[in-house]
Design a protein around this ligand. Structure first.
Ligand code: ASP
Length: 436
């Protein structure tokens, strides 16, 4: 059994958190590859080290005095080093960073130092080998990263080294210059390592005990999700639920490696397991999660005998393409078609879009409704259970809320409802309580 364990910034924010991490790693010898983030917030008002590094770089860039900010960063690492009694020569590391800053280093280089330094400290504390991500995470010349290529190169370069710490979030281009992923990108590093070493499990340690069935700011104390499939996760994260960097899913998904989201501050909780397939358990939860987003518009197009007009849909989509707008959903009836769009993409062009559509398909009726929220009720258990849709719709109706659009995915994995934005929170609560 081989596990890759990634620890997020809050899991490594100070010496106390380092101790918890070491305990977790040491109690299971299969945790052979460790990917740390940079120290995150120690409390709500604290600043992440990555943000301080970016601030420091920008200050240097504008010719202002960056030393006080670098001083704060140094202090954070020194505190951890001192408290844990480590010997790492941070002074030397900071001298190199200062030299780079003076020479006008790149933002990517500077931002990456948070993970780099944390990796050095964690490796020493765990007694693991430190492997600089610049040596094993390789981007293309153009700075893009290709997951398959990155995995292949990492496999070659890592060889059969085990018990290693590889800092998250960055790698290097072929010329050696540092390149970072987008923010939160340590998740991606963990996923690449997991695939490169053929891990049996990718553990992603954070500060929540897995995914919750819905947003706890909307529903009080929602149930945790024990098992979720990649497809369900995709549906929920499209709707705004977020814990993982979305790009981190693909490498492990393709390799069939499950991801376990765990809580460093509550290591005994099983967290959420993300898997490729999970049998629909007749005794289990029918619904896996409920998520939603505000900020949509829907265009309703009606035309008699639409169903017989060859190419009708194509003409509608061509107009969207000409406006460079991607559609979110396309629920259609016999003589009606609805196009759901993100309002940001349409903003300021509403009338032009309606005129272009009118010209393209000569509808009997066309109208745009704004202020729409979408709610997705997602669950692989819905396929085998009768009456799920009726429970969802009754719950919405009992709240006195009008549903202006319904879309049930053909895979029967989700039901998507369109409602007014002002009814959003109430409707999520009512649907959740119809099941729990
Ligand atoms: N430290 C980086 C950030 O704050 C990357 C990460 O934590 O995954 O975005």
């Amino acid at each position: 059994m081989v596990k890759v364990v990634k620890f997020g910034g809050s899991s490594l924010a100070d010496a106390g958190q380092f101790r918890k991490v070491a305990q977790i790693v040491k109690e299971d010898p299969s945790r052979a590859y460790v990917v740390p983030s940079a120290p995150g917030k120690r409390c709500k008002t604290d600043t992440k080290v990555t943000d301080l590094l970016i601030q420091c770089h920008n200050t240097a860039h504008f010719g202002d005095d960056w030393r006080p900010i670098l001083g704060r960063i140094k202090e954070r690492y020194e505190e951890i080093r001192h408290d844990l009694g480590l010997n790492a020569r941070l002074e030397d590391e900071f001298t190199v960073i200062e030299e780079h800053l003076r020479k006008g280093c790149s933002l990517d280089y500077m931002a990456s130092r948070g993970e780099y330094l944390n990796g050095i400290l964690l490796a020493e504390y765990l007694g693991y080998e430190f492997v600089d991500a610049a040596e094993v995470v390789l981007f293309g010349e153009d700075g893009k990263y290709d997951a398959a290529d990155a995995v292949r190169k990492m496999r070659e370069r890592l060889g059969d080294r085990k018990r290693v710490v590889i800092p998250g979030f960055y790698g290097a281009k072929p010329d050696g210059s540092i390149k970072t992923f987008s923010r939160g990108g340590s998740d991606i590093t963990g996923a690449i390592v997991a695939q490169a070493v053929n891990a049996d499990l990718y553990e992603n340690w954070t500060d929540v005990s897995g995914f919750l069935m819905c947003d706890p700011n909307i529903v009080e104390d929602p149930r945790p999700i024990r098992v979720i499939t990649y497809r369900e996760l995709r549906e929920l994260s499209y709707m705004g639920a977020s814990v993982l960097h979305s790009e981190s899913i693909f490498p492990v998904k393709d390799a069939g490696i499950p991801i376990n989201i765990r809580n460093t501050n509550e290591p005994e909780a099983p967290g959420t397991m993300i898997v490729a397939h999970a049998p629909a358990d007749p005794e289990g939860d029918i619904i896996t999660g409920i998520a939603g987003r505000k900020g949509f518009v829907v265009i309703r197009i009606e035309k008699d005998m639409m169903n017989q007009e060859v190419g009708f849909g194509l003409k509608v989509l061509k107009v969207l393409k000409d406006f460079n707008i991607s559609f979110e959903h396309l629920p259609s009836g016999i003589d009606t078609m609805c196009v759901v769009l993100n309002s940001k993409e349409v903003a300021g062009r509403e009338n032009d879009l309606l005129s272009a559509l009118t010209q393209a398909v000569c509808p009997d009726y066309i109208v745009m409704d704004r202020g729409l929220a979408l709610i997705a009720v997602v669950g692989r258990g819905m396929r085998s259970q009768t009456g799920t849709a009726s429970r969802v719709f009754s719950a919405v109706a009992e709240g006195g809320v009008n549903i202006s659009m319904i879309d049930q995915g053909s895979s029967e994995l989700n039901i998507i409802l369109g409602i007014r934005e002002e009814d959003f929170e109430k409707t999520i609560r009512n649907i959740y309580h119809a099941f729990y």
